[in-house]
Design a protein around this ligand. Sequence first.
Ligand SMILES: NC(=O)c1ccc[n+]([C@@H]2O[C@H](COP(=O)([O-])OP(=O)(O)OC[C@H]3O[C@@H](n4cnc5c(N)ncnc54)[C@H](O)[C@@H]3O)[C@@H](O)[C@H]2O)c1
Ligand SMILES: O=P(O)(O)OC[C@@H](O)[C@@H](O)[C@H](O)[C@H](O)CO
Length: 468
Amino acid sequence: MNDSGGMYAPAYGRRAVTAGILHFGVGNFHRSHQAAYLDRLLRKGEAVDWGIIGVGLFPQDARLGEILRAQDFSYTLVELGADGHQVATRISAIIDFLHAPSEPERVREYLADPRIRVVSLTITEGGYNTSDVTGEFDTANVDIVADVNAPYPRTVFGILAAGLYLRRARGIPPFAVVSCDNIPGNGGVTRRALVAFARLAYGVEFADWINRTVSFPDSMVDRITPATTDAERALVRDVFGIDDAWPVVCEPFTQWVIEDDFPLGRPAWEGVGGQLVDDVGPYELMKLRLLNGSHQAMAHVGLLRGHRYVHEAMADAEVVGLVRRYMADEALDSLPLVPGIDLGQYMSQLVERFANPHIRDTLDRLATDTSDRLPKFLVPVAAELSRAGKPAPAAAGVLAAWAVRAARELRAGNSLNDRQAERLGAALRTVDADPVSFLANREWFGDLIDDARFAADFQRAYRVYERS
Ligand SMILES: NC(=O)c1ccc[n+]([C@@H]2O[C@H](COP(=O)([O-])OP(=O)(O)OC[C@H]3O[C@@H](n4cnc5c(N)ncnc54)[C@H](O)[C@@H]3O)[C@@H](O)[C@H]2O)c1
Ligand SMILES: O=P(O)(O)OC[C@@H](O)[C@@H](O)[C@H](O)[C@H](O)CO
């Protein structure tokens, strides 16, 4: 390793590592974060019985499985510092990959296997199928309805319930289920979703058993990880001499705050930077409202102003001004004290992290499935300020920028890059004549429409952005 970076070569054999964790949703983030923490433990000769078995649920996930298998389940993670520093690590913490649609029986057997003591998830915000307003699991969702009587369910909650049912029948105590998705109260959301599915498919007794015996620790996760493109593949080949079909790049910063509630044990994450705490809540609010909320701000306003990458948007005074106002005047006001954190420093560090030119994170990635994200990251800030009788013009501006962008896409005949495109289309039907009608969608915006000042700020911003 020299001043400009270097390479951590493989340091342990995958075959010496045995299964301990089943992980659903092996995307880029899982490979830059949870698998990297385990890699650090394995390099210290620890946690050898905590290897990760990845599970993919979608047809397209089969490709990652094929790629990992062809690379003996190793891949390259490259940290890109703002100063040009590049550090590559060959990671072999994932020891197998299951493609659930083609091998459902193996997935179920693993879930009933006593070696599996933790199940973890990165299935995106939308994967929890839960209303942001009521907190209710959507039992009418077509995939959930199909899973209720399916011999081999296809959704995460169907698969988990079936696995736990078999596990209980075999007399094996349940694993902990830890969500690593950006969702406020992700442990509780996961609990409610699984219990609701189990009640529907197996009845009250089994649902109550899950509620009583399965633990769902909360966790706050952080490491900016863009999607992998050919440019990252070329970097890994040209700089490190490795032909990796699916490397991952990320920023050097990493944080993982975890509620310490793992009845069957856990890897000693605290030995490699993990923070095990009793209450994740304040850390989670800080991260989701400041980092992810700001990401939404720069994405929608940045795209309207013609930017493609995060660091480009962060070089535009207009965008930075909005992000700073959103953070300092609004999000900060909605936060509790966060133990051990200086929030002023945290915000300055965020601005530096966002400006890292080497990460090349796209605004499009941040703006995908906005309807799943804004209600979790930024709407709660506006709602809290509104309840306190305070204004939130920056947050109103972000919602307006989203509406202007989406309405423009529709007018151009383009499809909306949103899981809830149909509902978004309906919400935009009268937005040009009456911008505030967009806020009438209480499933996303709660009661913000009833706050006359917020509605006026939204309308003003909408009219400004539509001229941009
Ligand atoms: N990328 C980041 O910077 C970052 C940082 C912190 C947290 N996260 C969390 O991780 C999640 C995934 O991010 P990523 O960058 O890995 O994305 P990605 O697109 O690389 O991977 C997403 C993974 O989720 C799976 N998935 C999507 N919807 C699902 C569903 N309904 N059920 C089951 N699996 C589903 C996909 O198959 C894929 O494996 C985010 O939504 C966020 O909650 C991401
Ligand atoms: O991944 P999402 O959908 O939760 O949100 C998009 C980004 O804000 C997010 O991925 C951040 O990069 C990440 O949360 C940083 O830790």
